[in-house]
Design a protein around this ligand. Sequence first.
Ligand code: NDP
Length: 332
Amino acid sequence: MTQMNRRILLASRPQGPISSDNFKLEAAPLAPLAEGQFRVRNLYLSIDPYMRGRMSDAKSYAQPQALGEVMLGGAVGEVVESKHRGFAAGDKVTGMFGWQEYAISDGAGVRKVDDSIVPLTAYLGVAGMPGVTAWYGLNKIIAPRAGQTVVVSAASGAVGSVVGQLAKLAGCRAVGIAGGERKCRYVVDELGFDGCVDYKGGNLYRDLKAATPDGVDGYFENVGGEVLDATLARMNPFGRIAVCGMIAGYDGQPVPMKQPSIILTMRLLVQGFIVTEHLDVWPEALSTLATLVAQKKLHYRESIVEGLEQAPEALMGLLQGKNFGKQIVKIA
Ligand code: NDP
């Protein structure tokens, strides 16, 4: 019997919030391998905010995902068949394998991973791309000194949770901003931040002021809109802002900035970055992060749903803050 590969395609481009109509689940026969290729059975898919951007054809830093193609995305899996000298059946690997059960790869951008050091799923979060994103923005842009205050938004999430913990390890005061009391409690009690402000609590400006008595020296921006405005108002002179994401606007909502003049009056450094443009730092960052996880100095949380067909719903939930920690889909 022909073995089939279930996969999810991008069926249409969303106008505003995404819906299940934008995706199509189908099954196709497994294609044969050519020389130099190997087949990966996906075990876990990573669900990430950037996917919303790729679904759109608006101008951005990356090309849009093609219609009718398998949804792009990172995954961890196991090599099940190989005609590639560098990869053998049984190897655990991570790469851009897409929303499907089986992927064919030539090894480009694929990394072997060791699940005896950290669990496989961690390579999609804290010890993977989101972790490196946190490491890069904090160390290369904010570059905080001990005693300074670092604020991060989407603080309970894959990137934000690492930013605050690394800032603490660097001797800083770490303050998170997150949606809801439960997420804020986790950020303080389990991740060890010095404070966390619930931006849904109705007193963002007042609460952030109380949580940052010495002002803010470094801000790691994941959200945009009101959260950015409130933090700008707390920035100290010569503060640094690493602009990593603006998720509040990904579904097409406007994210206006009310007081851009603060950038001038406080002489701020504001730097946007895309982590995949800094591959030179990945080996150092990945090894630091995996070591910290193994030493239990870096904690993380995951939201894992089961079944390939759950991936669209998981992405929709991520864009509404329904995830709590790194969003993952378990495939096999
Ligand atoms: P998270 O795990 O943090 O999940 C997304 C979180 O964003 C949600 O849980 C929610 O948290 C928050 N959120 C969603 N919608 C809104 C909204 N409308 N307003 C405010 N907050 C919202 O995701 P990641 O850690 O993977 O990503 C965090 C950010 O980092 C994103 O902006 C992403 O695009 C960016 N990123 C950028 C990269 C780069 O190279 N520049 C690479 C990787 C990620 P809450 O409930 O607390 O609101």
